[in-house]
Design a protein around this ligand. Structure first.
Ligand code: 3PG
Length: 396
């Protein structure tokens, strides 16, 4: 896809879609990774003397104004990083917005209000897309985290302006794309999380690509059940047992070595202070539920990670939010932090885990997309990327 570096931006009004959907608590931003990740493109545009109009969503306000979801705190944080004012507007599109844009000087940065305050955003309303486009000369999409949504500011607008990628979106697509298309081998994927249902597409696609697939988290119990073991009161998706069997078969057909937990940490209740015991998977009993992978499994997974050239991680190995069941996720994170292979952390919970255990600096790439990176790894085309111009400048 064409990138912002390939076009002339000097003196141009550039509409940049970013993903500033950051976690907030009591009006404070609790993790500003997504703001920091957008700085490369924003600073580049300032340096090239463009007029920078930023747009983002925050949360899911459902097409109406929700006071707590205004972008003022985001504008403040961004302004601190840029060390220049960020003119925050209180509307998404209005006469005031048009006037403010008209008055912009080169190098100015302006931030529109939460685009999801407009119902037309999620509906990908062509009218709203045209209104956004009318503000600018060029569209830059740097919102990788929202690239799986076909909304007015992520997809619709691209049909009304020259449309190119920002540096963050480009990097995400390149890193994840190369991993799927031309991986260094051995290529290992680690898939965890609570439900098989959420990972069907990604497991199916990765079984076509990887050498090793390591399974952990709540979803592993449906696989363990499919292997014919008792799982006690652990999380089970009854209707996914057959699918798990098919995945086990597919792994054999494709020559993928599929690893399931050998031992698990069981608890007598879902609580931090539960009684717990470590048991081999063959010895799970009723009255107990598995909440983490056991130490023998961690060791085996760590060894596989160490011997891989490329490792992709999506989904925690246990209930890592509780210290009592965090060891498996921490052990895997540590193995990733110390391997010589190239490490990619699919966003969402695995990214939070890496942050929590202070291994973020050691990873090669931490995706800023949760749902977006998952859909990308499923092999889906992301509408926000699809709509951008290709190298020849054709709008798809
Ligand atoms: C995310 O946090 O995954 C993105 O910002 C997209 O948000 P959404 O799931 O509300 O569309």
């Amino acid at each position: 896809k064409k990138n912002v570096r390939d076009v002339d931006v000097k003196g141009k009004k550039v509409f940049v879609r970013v993903d500033f959907n950051v976690p907030m608590q009591d009006g404070e931003i609790t993790d500003d990774t997504r703001i920091k990740s957008a700085l490369t493109t924003i600073m580049y545009l300032i340096q090239k003397e463009a007029k920078v109009i930023l747009a983002s969503h925050l949360g899911r306000p459902g097409g109406e104004v929700v006071e707590e979801l205004r972008l003022d705190a985001v504008a403040q944080s961004l302004s601190n990083y840029l060390q220049q004012p960020v003119y925050k507007l209180d509307d998404v599109f209005s006469d005031e917005v048009k006037e403010a844009v008209e008055k912009m000087e080169n190098r100015d940065v302006l931030l529109l209000e939460n685009v999801r305050f407009e119902p037309g955003e999620k509906q990908n309303d062509p009218e709203l897309a045209k209104q956004f486009a009318s503000l600018a000369d060029l569209y830059v999409n740097d919102a990788f985290g929202t690239a799986h949504r076909a909304h007015a500011s992520t997809e619709g607008i691209a049909h009304h302006l020259p449309a190119v990628s920002g540096f963050l979106l480009e990097k995400e697509i390149n890193v994840l794309g190369n991993a799927l298309e031309d991986p260094d081998r051995p290529f290992t994927a680690i898939i965890g999380g609570s439900k098989v249902k959420d990972k069907i597409g990604v497991i199916d696609n990765l079984l076509e690509k990887v050498d090793h697939l390591l399974i952990g988290g709540g979803l592993s119990f449906t696989f363990i059940k499919a292997m014919g073991h008792e799982i006690g009161d652990s999380l089970l998706e009854e209707d996914k047992i057959d699918l798990a069997k098919q995945f086990i078969e597919k792994a054999k057909e494709k020559g993928v070595s599929l690893h399931l937990p050998k031992d698990v940490v069981m608890a007598d209740q879902f609580a931090e202070d539960a009684n717990k015991k470590i048991v081999p998977v063959e010895e799970m009993t009723a009255g107990w539920q598995g909440l983490d992978i056991g130490p023998e499994t961690v060791q085996e997974y760590a060894e596989t990670i160490k011997n891989s050239q490329l490792i992709l991680w999506n989904g925690p190995m246990g209930v890592f939010e509780m210290d009592a069941f965090a060891e498996g996720t921490k052990g895997v994170a540590e193995a990733l932090a110390t391997t010589d292979g190239y490490t990619i952390i699919g966003g969402g919970d695995s990214a939070s885990a890496v942050e929590k255990f202070n291994f973020a600096e050691e990873m090669n790439h931490i995706s800023t997309g949760g749902g977006a990176s998952l859909e990308f790894m499923e092999g889906k085309v992301l509408p926000g990327v699809q709509a951008l111009e290709d190298e020849e400048g054709v709008n798809k």
